[in-house]
Design a protein around this ligand. Structure first.
Ligand SMILES: Nc1ncnc2c1ncn2[C@@H]1O[C@H](COP(=O)(O)OP(=O)(O)OP(=O)(O)O)[C@@H](O)[C@H]1O
Ligand SMILES: [Mg+2]
Length: 300
């Protein structure tokens, strides 16, 4: 469990806004994900979560920092080239709208098996169709759907097909960028349970990006909280929910409704003063695995 699979160090990425101005979307973000771990990244819209995910997947090239996958610096062109096949098969991403990006004219069987065909990988289960059937069953769908087309499926089924497609490459790291946000609550629970199963039974490692803190609490081993491109706090999930230290984390957690009406009425909400946000401090370690962005407002 202790081997580091992904090591993100000092990641910075800015987007050009024109007229020589830039938007700092990600600002010095560092975290590690161990093999077999589910690491959650939370933060409000625009905090930089997808930018981190896209850098990790080599979709965006960061301006500064490094991203080591199994010790290989994925941002170094020579190292990337030398390990291209490993990097492209072992890391897979699932987006919020993966299902809508499926080719509407392709059968489910062909969609799922396509990554194997494109990468000239011999199907481990004999044929591309057998492989697609296996993966479909794996995500909880009947192989009878193999000959269907995406428009004939529900949103949840389409997302499962997208996940099955990512799984055909037998990835070690799954980057899931709000993979359930567009689904019904009941389907969300099924997909979340599928992720748990993939981790527990098959040792998958996840970078799980979410808005929904209840899901993060249920699913993730450790959590990092992003605010305006800065990681403000990082801790094991229970520790973060029991003992949030950064004022932004406190505000974020205090906004979660409590199902019990009596406790809900008594819930104290913290307000975070954006103007007082100090992004200059470094990460302070308050316990072996609990880090908080330093500066005046942090009260370790
Ligand atoms: N291609 C782009 N060009 C310019 N700015 C961008 C681009 N992509 C993202 N941004 C900006 O960078 C910041 C971070 O965006 P990002 O998509 O990483 O946020 P996010 O945390 O994933 O938000 P959400 O929860 O809404 O998905 C935002 O302010 C966004 O407007
Ligand atoms: Mg996003």
């Amino acid at each position: 469990m202790c081997e580091t699979l992904l090591d993100v160090r000092g990641l910075c990425h800015s987007f050009p806004l024109g007229a020589g101005r830039y938007l700092r979307a990600v600002d010095g973000v560092s975290f590690r994900i161990r093999k077999g771990e589910i690491f959650g990244l939370v933060g409000e819209s625009g905090s930089g979560k997808s930018t981190v995910a896209r850098c990790v997947m080599n979709i965006l090239r960061p301006q500064a920092g490094s991203i080591l996958y199994r010790g290989v610096d994925v941002c170094d062109p020579a190292q990337f080239r030398a390990n291209r096949r490993m990097l492209q098969t072992e890391r897979q991403i699932i987006f919020q709208d993966s299902s809508s990006s499926l080719d509407q004219r392709m059968k489910v069987a062909d969609i799922i098996a396509e990554p194997l065909a494109v990468n000239h990988i011999v199907p481990p289960r004999g044929s591309l169709r057998a492989e697609a059937a296996f993966q479909l069953r794996y995500v909880g769908m009947d192989p009878a759907y193999l000959d269907r087309y995406p428009p004939e499926l529900s949103g949840g089924q389409r997302q499962r097909v997208a996940i099955a497609r990512a799984l055909t490459m037998e990835p070690s790291l799954l980057v899931a960028d709000e993979p359930i946000a567009a689904l019904d609550v009941s389907i969300q629970a099924q997909i979340i349970n599928l992720f748990r199963h993939l981790q527990a039974e098959h040792g998958f490692t996840f970078l799980f990006i979410a808005h929904d803190l209840a899901v993060v609490r249920y699913l993730c081993d450790r959590v990092g909280v992003l605010y305006r491109g800065k990681l403000v706090e990082m801790a094991p999930t229970k520790e973060l929910f029991d003992r949030p230290l950064h004022p932004y984390t406190k505000a974020l957690l205090s906004a979660i409704p409590i199902p019990d009406p009596r406790r809900e009425r008594a819930r104290t909400r913290f307000h975070f003063d954006e103007a007082a946000f100090d992004r200059t401090g470094g990460f302070v370690q308050v316990s072996p695995e609990h880090f908080v962005l330093g500066g005046k407002e942090a009260e370790p």
